[in-house]
Write a protein that binds this ligand. Structure first.
Ligand code: NAP
Length: 337
């Protein structure tokens, strides 16, 4: 049984024997889908300082007013607001749209997102894989091998004249862009504000979207999901892409208007698409995306949060707060990312 000591304000475990009391000054609540709990709990318990108690929603009883920190990804609407003394919310992922979609989310509580080089690297691998499969005509050669035919094809474009457009030149997009640039592709990025990244052309804001799209043979979406980016992969934006462009969405399913993608593929305006995220996940078996010959479907695996990185982010964040230092990677709720 954990109680708040009236004198010190610390939490005390009263089940421990005389002289064995451990003073707990903070409590972190982990709220996660059941199959993932142990994956994230292990590193958290290992890294948490002695004064931080970790409780798991659904497994343990706790007093709501004693919860100082929450670690979660998609809490049910109203849940965060119900934790009255919350000091910080930590996201298990880079995207925080699920938190901000909750109208009751307490905007005054800092929301810290996950920034982890492994996320950027994994997303980059996914984009490079899909781009090279297309660029090097791998499916053409797979089909030829299947038929046991020695069939050579001249590449449609040289690497240096293959233009890649990255929507969202933030943590992930910048990492991805520099790796694709180093492979020799002509890379540009689109963001809210202009960026200075060596060898990457920067386009900024709605006014430069058309020009950016018009020079993108491959379009990779790594934007956060906000009111300004929802449905941004649509009929109008596809029409601005060059004929034969290939679209990769690894951000959020709601960025894409699925029917508009299918129409653009069926009209052969677009040559193909690789989709890792969907408006409804798991993607229903009835979805036409599964069987479309020009669409590659993967089950939201482009980049999975590393539980150790998540635990490190939480423990470091709490330590910073306790030392009186500003938190890092705090989301601007007005901006939505
Ligand atoms: P980030 O560092 O916040 O970068 C976001 C970028 O998007 C910034 O460059 C920002 O511009 C730009 N942006 C935002 N709104 C815009 C708008 N309306 N118009 C133009 N540019 C806009 O985010 P990140 O860490 O790179 O992550 C991006 C997203 O990837 C996450 O939000 C998440 O949804 C997704 N993700 C998906 C997976 C997966 O497995 N599928 C894994 C990890 C992340 P400024 O820099 O100018 O502000």
């Amino acid at each position: 049984m954990w109680e708040r000591d009236a004198g010190t304000g610390n939490e005390i475990c009263s089940e421990m024997g005389e002289g064995e009391h451990v003073s707990v000054t903070a409590t972190l609540l982990l709220l996660s889908p059941e199959p993932l709990i142990d994956l994230f709990l292990g590193p958290l318990v290992e890294m948490a300082p002695l004064h931080l108690r970790v409780v798991v929603q659904g497994r343990e009883q706790y007093d709501v007013p004693l919860i100082d920190y929450l670690l979660s990804f998609r809490p049910p609407k109203g849940f965060v607001a119900s934790l009255l003394n919350l000091k910080v919310v930590f996201s298990m992922g880079a995207g925080v749209d699920a938190f901000l979609a909750d109208p009751d989310f307490p905007r005054h509580v800092p929301l810290v997102r996950l920034i982890d080089p492994t996320l950027s690297r994994d997303m980059t691998e996914y984009a490079v894989l899909q781009i090279l499969m297309q660029h090097r005509q791998q499916r053409f050669y797979d089909a030829a091998q299947h038929e046991r035919v020695w069939r050579q094809s001249i590449p449609a474009r040289r690497t240096e004249s293959t233009r890649i457009g990255i929507m969202g030149l933030g943590e992930i997009g910048t990492f991805m862009g520099t790796r694709l640039r180093d492979l020799g592709f002509a890379v540009a990025g689109w963001s809210m504000n202009r960026k200075r990244v060596d060898g990457i052309e920067s386009f900024a804001g709605p006014a430069e979207l058309r020009e950016f799209l018009a020079r993108s043979d491959f379009l990779v979406c790594v934007l956060p999901l906000t009111p300004g980016t929802r449905g941004i992969l649509n009929r109008e934006t596809f029409a601005m892409l060059p004929r034969g462009a290939f679209v990769i969405n690894t951000a959020r399913g709601e960025h894409l208007v699925e029917a508009d993608l299918i129409a653009a593929l069926d009209l052969s305006h677009l040559s193909g698409a690789a989709l890792d995220v969907f408006g409804t996940e798991p993607l229903p078996a009835t979805s036409p995306l599964w069987r479309h010959p020009k669409i590659v479907v993967t089950p939201h695996i482009a980049a999975l949060s590393d539980p150790r990185a998540v635990a490190r982010n939480v423990v470091d964040g709490i330590a910073r707060l306790e030392r009186g230092e500003p938190l890092l990677h705090v989301v601007n709720p007005a901006r939505g990312y």
